[in-house]
Design a protein around this ligand. Structure first.
Ligand code: PMP
Length: 305
């Protein structure tokens, strides 16, 4: 049992996978990553790898933006991931981290005329933000927009924007930062999408408010609609609307569904996890283990021999 990698076309323990220090992506942020959960179902002794091909489709879109050409499609990437998880040998939740990157060892800021490569790591990851009671602040850093670096993909360079906001928030005693876009509307957390509940309406920022189109966001929207009959409203949200929201929560692969308890020292609702967040969290947790048969296209099950 150890973290494993598919790297340069081979499977190996993570500790043996190394890149050269002149690798272009390391210097200029010219890579895009993913985050995929293989959720361990102790009862059934199997993993449910959640919406893996959707994650890879989004990563391949980001590759297109970055002019990264891989000799793989989402089916190949899924196959490498399953095998990497299997070889890692864990019997607990596994986090898969694929990266597509400019692999040439060369100096020069550009996207063209360089070699590209892909690897995926299977490792363990503890709770990212917990399951409730997240204390947030509004960041003074604005979320980058599509006219700067596209937030549509998980482009590594863009995460400097997130890291600046996250560190400021943590050093000021908050768990997470909420970023506004250039127009002052709520965009998202540093690594998660945001939803609010206001007067019974479930609302989330739209694609044009500088968000990553999260797969957990989409999952929650589908669960709300199909299981609870609630249509999510995608519209711009003002900062002060967040202060008066009845509920607010984050969604993301690392975070799952997690309640926000306060923003800028103002409690959201009572400060406790609200009823809709509680329901959606339970529905999501059930789906993430592959236990809702309605969504079989979301699941890739893996059992040890
Ligand atoms: N926004 C950002 C900036 C992210 O990095 C992530 C993923 N970590 C998300 C939202 C959530 O996306 P997903 O649900 O696809 O993991």
């Amino acid at each position: 049992m150890e973290p494993y990698a598919f790297f340069k076309g081979q499977y190996m323990p993570l500790k043996d996978a190394k890149i050269g220090i002149l690798t272009q992506a390391l210097h200029y942020g010219t890579a895009c990553f993913g985050g995929i959960r293989a959720n361990w179902d102790a009862e059934k002794q199997q993993f449910c790898i959640f919406r893996m091909k959707d994650h890879y489709r989004r990563q391949l879109d980001a590759c297109k933006i970055l002019n990264i050409c891989l000799p793989y499609d989402e089916n190949d990437m899924a196959e490498f991931t399953v095998e990497t998880v299997r070889r890692a040998g864990f019997k607990e939740n596994v986090y898969c981290r694929p990266l597509a990157y400019k692999s040439s060892e060369a100096i020069g800021v550009k996207l063209h005329g360089l070699e590209d490569d892909f690897f995926v790591i299977a490792t363990t990851l503890g709770p990212y933000l917990g399951t409730g009671g997240i204390k947030c602040c509004t960041s003074s850093w604005r979320r980058v927009s599509d006219s700067q670096i596209s937030p549509r993909g998980k482009i590594t360079g863009i995460y400097v924007n997130s890291a600046l906001a996250k560190t400021d928030a943590n050093r000021a005693g908050f768990d997470e930062a909420i970023m506004l876009n250039e127009n002052g509307h709520i965009s998202e957390g540093t690594g998660e999408n945001i939803f609010v509940v206001i007067k019974g309406q479930l609302i989330t920022p739209p694609s044009y408010d500088s968000i990553l189109l999260g797969i957990t966001r989409d999952t929650v929207m589908q669960l709300a609609k199909n299981e609870l009959g609630i249509e999510t409203v995608e519209r711009s949200i003002d900062r002060s609307e967040l202060y008066v929201a009845d509920e607010a929560f984050f969604t993301g692969t690392a975070t799952n569904v997690a309640a926000i308890s306060s923003v800028d020292h103002r409690n959201i609702g009572s400060g406790e996890m609200g009823p809709l967040t509680t329901k959606l969290q339970a529905l999501f947790n059930q789906a993430a283990l592959g236990r809702n048969p309605k969504y079989s296209e979301w699941y890739t099950f893996l059992k040890y021999d």
